[in-house]
Design a protein around this ligand. Structure first.
Ligand code: GLN
Length: 480
């Protein structure tokens, strides 16, 4: 705890946190809990966890980095926070992010941009939207952190900062008390310094929650477990290389590190198989129609009456004027852009051309993944047994970069168009459209002179079939 607290002071200029717990209270909590939880007794440091500021906590504000919620205090803890507290974790603070989770560099925050420092002291993007959580773990301000991943918001910052970022299968972790951006994509994710630590937190949170209607029911969880068990454990896996991911825009360092990880896996006995996922090309456009559409509906409740900080207005101001003023002042530019985009694609004139087409692409992307994996999708009716599965046909996991480039300097983002920022998510959104488990692992990039320097890492992504979260993390461990 002491070391985290001193790191919080040392790195405060990186703006990883929006609110922090009082250090004295934190230390008292840590000491008290040490007595109660004997198994953790030796490792109080292990239990300090940071929570992204769109996950409700009853003792700290939950702002989603938005002016409209700048004073919001939730009367309850989100289920994931409650589960962590029950397991002996202590909440260190709430981390900075892109407003409502919309962004890829954590610069769209009412509280200022998150930063990380490059080797030459240059300010670099921490990735987004959970950039604060990633930086907090990287700089030792906490042991681990929670984020949310709608289209890559845990994996992208993990890749940029060099920590592990895991997005479990959709529906495994509770979303109750998590402020919605796009419900059908939103997934709570975990940041840790290594795969084992990250996985241990996943195991703590992987429970059915009756309060979340999209939480996977116990019967389906049991079914998945028995299907996975049928497959059995084997030390050698079939690794898929999605050919379409080798795009022209790929940074050469990213490409060479991707190759290096494939060679590493091969040297450990796994076999490599090229696969084709042609619809991936359209996944990004589909995501940027569907996510804003859901967002425009979700954000309608922030009107200064039901939720949010109300704009000033004299008595008798008509409601519609007050709503407009509240929302005009309360939301940042990126959030407004998404609301407009979503309202447009859902409008009667456009829904067929945009929203419906994007839903079709989403279904195609899901089918395409099902076709390349040797294991069937346990959510489909016909996947009751592995009896007829030919495990020599498909692949067990896919390996690809998490992002096409290394973290860009913050100064370069000023001239970026919104579309340029959306491009960063090209490798993360396909797994989000299909609800698949995916993790970003930092792989050290070996420089020409073969002297690896701290901070020179590239995020490599492991994607698996729905429900095969453990397998994904096992392969990730082989990349460490
Ligand atoms: N960058 C993506 C977006 O802005 C993903 C964000 C997220 O996963 N929350 O929508």
């Amino acid at each position: 705890v002491k070391s985290c607290l001193s790191n919080q002071k040392k790195w405060s200029h990186l703006k990883a946190f929006i609110s922090l717990h009082d250090p004295t209270k934190l230390r008292v909590d840590a000491e008290r809990d040490c007595d109660y939880h004997a198994p953790h007794h030796m490792y109080p440091y292990w239990r300090l966890i940071a929570i992204k500021d769109n996950i409700c906590t009853k003792d700290l504000l939950t702002t989603t980095a938005s002016r409209i919620l700048k004073d919001f205090k939730s009367p309850y803890d989100a289920t994931v926070v409650e589960q962590l507290r029950d397991a002996g974790f202590i909440v260190a603070g709430k981390t900075n992010m892109d407003e409502f989770g919309m962004g890829s560099h954590s610069v769209h925050s009412f509280f200022g941009s998150v930063k990380q420092e490059g080797l030459n002291g240059e300010e670099l993007s921490a990735g987004g939207s959970s950039g604060g959580s990633a930086v907090a773990v990287k700089t030792g301000q906490c042991f681990a952190a929670l984020g949310t991943d709608t289209g890559g918001s845990v994996r992208l910052p993990a890749a940029y900062t060099g920590v592990v970022g895991f997005k479990p299968s959709y529906g495994l972790l509770s979303r109750w008390g998590v402020i919605a951006y796009a419900n059908s994509f939103d997934t709570v994710g975990i940041f840790g310094a290594d795969v084992d630590e990250t996985y241990s937190i996943f195991e703590t949170l992987d429970r059915h929650d009756p309060k979340d209607p999209t939480s996977l029911p116990p019967s389906t969880r049991t079914r998945i477990r028995s299907l996975v068990a049928c497959r059995g454990y084997q030390p050698r896996w079939r690794i898929g290389i999605p050919l379409e991911y080798n795009i022209a825009e790929l940074d050469p360092i990213v490409r060479s590190t991707w190759l290096k990880s494939l060679r590493l896996l091969q040297s450990k006995g796994h076999t490599l198989h090229p696969v084709s996922l042609p619809t991936t090309r359209h996944a990004l456009s589909a995501y940027y129609i569907l996510a804003p559409a859901e967002a425009s509906s979700n954000l309608a409740k922030y009107d200064g009456v039901r939720f949010g900080t109300r704009a000033d207005g004299p008595d008798g101001t008509p409601e519609s004027v007050l709503f407009a003023k509240t929302r005009g002042q309360g939301f940042g530019v990126e959030v407004k852009r998404r609301i407009l985009l979503g309202a447009f694609s859902l409008s009667a004139d456009s829904i067929d051309n945009y929203f419906i087409q994007a839903q079709k692409i989403r279904r195609l992307v899901q089918r395409e993944f099902d076709n390349v994996f040797s294991l069937p999708n346990p959510l489909l009716e016909e996947s009751d047994s592995f009896a007829e599965v030919d495990v020599e046909k498909g692949v067990d996991v896919l390996i690809c970069p998490t992002a096409p480039t290394l973290p860009p300097p913050l100064s370069s983002l000023r001239d970026q168009s919104p579309l340029d920022a959306y491009m960063n998510d090209v490798f993360t959104v396909p797994a989000s459209l299909a609800g698949l488990p995916a993790v970003s692992v930092p792989v050290q990039h070996i420089k020409e002179d073969s002297s690896p320097t701290l901070g020179e890492h590239v995020g490599i992504q492991v994607i698996g079939q729905y429900g095969h979260d453990t397998l994904v993390m096992n392969v990730a461990r082989d990349l460490e």
